[in-house]
Ligand binder design. Structure first.
Ligand SMILES: [Mg+2]
Length: 252
């Protein structure tokens, strides 16, 4: 993995910036710091300001595991071009079938997990998130959640940071949804930044000359060839993108 913000890799970033590129970002851990209570996650003011400027100069998308409605509230006032929610399900594949499936998982899991200390089941309409960040014995609880989730029908289990995501097995993942978005917006290339297991689908969704995949935090096993060191460096990355397309923000 190469560090994106050192000089030679920066050249690759600038080359992508000059092309017909779609910029796409995960939300939690990428645009916004991870916080103990996920419902309090928000971008720093410095990031908001940069993202607003960037989205005036480039086609921009947010691709998140949050529901689309939840994500829209958090990026409030910023005119990004596309918001893809539920790990790729929304808006393109939001169906009554997936809604019913998610409800059935919830009714199976609620009686066994709902009462556990620190466990929170989040119904995101088209997928389910089981949060265990606030558990005292996280390892044991994670094993229990995995065992229960493995028995659910038509489910794909996507581990995350102290959360287990349960998404419809046949639904598009972040990579499929991202490719569809780039075609919809007539973009030839993609820059994608993400920090978690679900982002690996996006990192590997196109050939390396078509996607610049950047992971937040270096990792031994990732499909992303580039990394930034921490979530805080998202502002520096956005600055490079702004410098590469200067001077059209004020008349927007
Ligand atoms: Mg994330």
């Amino acid at each position: 993995m190469k560090y994106l913000l050192e000089r030679t890799a920066r050249g690759v970033l600038e080359e992508f910036a000059r092309s017909n590129v779609l910029l796409a970002f995960d939300f939690d851990g990428t645009l916004a710091p991870i916080v103990a209570k996920p419902d309090q996650a928000q971008m720093r003011p410095s990031t908001r300001e940069r993202l607003q400027q960037v989205s005036r100069r480039y086609p921009c998308a947010v691709v998140t595991g949050r529901s689309q409605a939840d994500a829209l509230q958090r990026i409030n006032q910023i005119d990004v071009w596309d918001v893809i929610g539920n790990h790729g399900v929304e808006p393109g594949s939001a169906s009554e079938e997936y809604r019913a499936l998610t409800r059935s998982w919830l009714s199976e899991l609620e009686p066994v997990l709902g009462g556990l200390q620190g466990v929170r089941l989040e119904d995101k309409q088209y997928s389910l998130a089981v949060h265990y960040r606030e558990c005292r014995d996280r390892a044991a609880v994670a094993r229990l959640i995995r065992a229960k989730a493995a028995k659910l029908s038509d489910a794909r289990i996507v581990p995350g940071k102290l959360v287990l995501n349960i998404v419809p097995r046949t639904a598009p993942d972040k990579g499929t949804a991202l490719m569809a978005a780039s075609q919809r917006l007539y973009c030839d290339r993609i820059l994608y930044v993400g920090d978690d297991v679900t982002d690996e689908d996006a990192f590997g969704c196109a050939a390396p000359d078509r996607i610049l995949a950047v992971r937040v935090g270096r990792a031994a096993r990732s499909k992303a060839p580039y990394f930034i060191r921490s979530q805080r460096e998202i502002d520096a990355l956005l600055d490079v993108l702004l410098e590469a397309r200067p001077g059209v923000a004020e008349d927007a």
